[in-house]
Write a protein that binds this ligand. Sequence first.
Ligand code: SF4
Length: 268
Amino acid sequence: MKKLLEISQKLNFTKEDIIYLLSENNTEKRVIIQNISQKIASKLKKDFHSFEHKIDISNYCKADCMFCNSRNSNNKINRFRLNREEIIRRALELHANGCNSILLHSGYDDFYNTDRIAYIIYSIKQQAKIKITLSFGIRELPEYKEWKIAGADSYYLNMITNNSNLYSITNSWNSFEKRIKHIAELKKLGYNVGSGSIFGLPNQTIDDAASDIIFLNNLDLSYIDFCHFNSIKSIHDNINSEEFIRRGVEVAQIVAADKSVRLNDLIN
Ligand code: SF4
């Protein structure tokens, strides 16, 4: 118990500390880790931890990420695309019902080009005092700029995983390096930027999760949203996926004590 309490009070965590917190199997100690994590989370301001309501504007996607139902090769789902006025109407309706923060999300759908997205952002911002977070994956740098000018406040871009072997099996759109570069560019443009990784990928280890937590904590993000891989029930260093994901999020909140951390379903 002494070791656990010493580690949990640290300000800077080593990878060994994080692996210890992720690996601990003793039930009483896990409850303590959970309590520490919840206590930190409850004290944080959640202004820009992203959003209160997500509007999925389209599930058409030209990418084929292996973990995602919207992947291009999945012909078992019904595809939809909201039109611009419908998106604006939904945002305004949410605002009228007390929501002050929304997230607009879609995969790589060419229909939603720079101007169409900018029009939506601008129209919503003109009519409502509401924060807008975007999650459209890796786009072109001028597009981020245009959308910031139109009024977007925050951008979420998942880094997927810091392990290059795992990254390659996810078949994610574009490279890990480009994702990290774009996160830096988004910050330069003045966005509040959130990122995260995917917990529960097949063959992901505790070491991988610890590396992701350290990497994300060093990215100087406004918030961290982890996504979970839920199509396959895996075992990670003798821990089942569900427990592995829960531990990852809990420990990340302890390490990244100045940022809001949570589990979400954003995978762009
Ligand atoms: S994760 Fe995003 S980019 Fe990848 S297939 Fe799904 S919607 Fe498309």
